[in-house]
Design a binder for this molecule. Structure first.
Ligand SMILES: Nc1ncnc2c1ncn2[C@@H]1O[C@H](COP(=O)(O)OP(=O)(O)OP(=O)(O)O)[C@@H](O)[C@H]1O
Length: 376
């Protein structure tokens, strides 16, 4: 058996408890809801992980990285292989089989996985940095942001070339790279901020107790040729209107979401409002005009509005793409606005046959013009 590393440092310091109600309220905004740990509330109960705990007699939990619908993800020290890794702890009853299967398919079929988060072992991943947070973008240079847009598109192109559609691109699955961390925990906490922690309240616990950019979470990914499609849609602010009208997953729906992420990187905001009548489709049709008439009756949720399909309706000049770009990026000159509008218009189209593919977009003159301008 491999020699196991002693604890990286001998202090019992694993972060700070919240100190008052204000901190508790701030904390609860960013963490998973507590009921997720309550067996009485959900069958898919989360395992309550403690900082400082050693999981599987091997992974020392040093920090929290995030959570999804079916898992929490932790920065852990692999005491056996002596490296920092991200460990995904699945909720009870959530199976890793689909994600493990897709990880194997990706490793076997995708030629260049350099911008994809592929696993080191079941549910053990290389440690990547924080996910895409629009609030952090203001502090980043346009060079970094546009370089991320290019790297993400290249990752997607490699996935699509292998016949795989991601299906769940969103801000939480797009992550910045991270330089290797110092071995010492207090040095790690200097770089990452100290963890803030809280004893899980109210719940009857069942157990006491030039940056790289990456695309991860392949739980919903599928080979387009596979006959079975696992149920699931991305968050609606990212979902393409064709998917919201029952169309099959396609490379084109990944491209729509890619363009939402490109817009977030460029504008710092999502391009379509979700507060209009009918939510995201209200925002999309205000910006781009009516959906195809033949989609009427196919909306996957309840209460579609007739005006979404009203062919006489024009884009609202307060919310159309040129106005949105000018509003969020008043600093950009006409050259840049022209090319960004051209890029967005070629992907934000309802006709999936016309929507540019990843390869076409990488070669598109306007995409190239923006990348060239920022030296990406
Ligand atoms: N390798 C990694 N390095 C750093 N952080 C990560 C890594 N993998 C995941 N994370 C963080 O954990 C979060 C949840 O991970 P992930 O999306 O894979 O979980 P999930 O349960 O499959 O989510 P979903 O409900 O979206 O399918 C991510 O948004 C990200 O912030």
């Amino acid at each position: 058996m491999a020699e196991v590393e002693p604890f990286p440092d001998d202090t019992a310091d694993f972060g700070d408890f919240v100190r008052n109600e204000d901190e508790e309220t701030d904390f609860e905004v960013v963490v998973e809801p507590w009921y997720k740990y309550d067996m009485k509330e959900t069958q898919h109960v989360f395992y309550p992980v403690c900082l400082g705990e050693v999981l599987n007699e091997r992974y020392l939990v040093e920090h929290k990285l995030g959570h999804g619908g079916g898992s929490t993800v932790w920065m852990t020290r692999d005491l056996q292989d002596k490296r920092d890794v991200a460990l995904k702890v699945l909720a009870l009853g959530e199976w890793s089989d689909d994600e493990t299967y897709m990880q194997d398919v990706i490793i076997q079929n995708v030629q260049d996985t350099s911008h994809l988060v592929t696993y080191l072992g079941v549910l053990v991943f290389p440690l990547i940095g924080p996910c895409l947070n629009p609030l952090m973008l203001g502090k980043m240079s346009m060079i970094t942001r546009m370089s991320a847009a290019r790297q993400l598109l290249e990752g997607l192109e490699n996935l699509h070339n292998a016949g795989i559609v991601h299906r769940d691109l969103n801000e939480r699955n797009c992550m910045w790279g991270m330089a290797p961390l110092d071995h010492n925990r207090s040095a790690k906490y200097k770089v990452l901020d100290r963890p803030i922690k809280q004893i899980i309240p109210y719940v009857d616990l069942w157990k006491q107790g030039e940056l790289e950019f990456y695309l991860g979470d392949f739980a919903l990914a599928k080979k387009l040729s596979d006959p079975v499609t696992q149920h699931g849609l991305p968050p609606s602010k990212f979902c393409s209107p064709d998917r919201l009208h029952g169309k099959e997953p396609s490379f084109a729906c990944d491209m729509w979401i890619y363009m939402i992420i490109f817009a977030v990187l460029y504008l710092e905001f999502t391009p379509f409002h979700t507060i209009m009548d009918g939510g995201i489709i209200g925002g999309i049709t205000a910006s781009l005009g009516p959906l195809p008439e033949e989609w009427k009756g196919l909306y996957v949720y309840s209460e579609p509005l007739d005006l979404w399909y009203d062919q006489d309706r024009k884009p609202n000049p307060r919310f159309d793409l040129p106005t949105t770009i000018a509003y969020y990026r008043p600093d950009a000159d006409l050259f840049e606005r022209h090319h960004v509008l051209s890029i967005m218009s070629k992907v934000f189209t309802y006709n999936i046959e016309e929507r540019l593919t990843a390869t076409q977009l990488l070669r598109d003159p306007s995409f190239r013009a923006i990348m060239d301008r920022y030296g990406c």
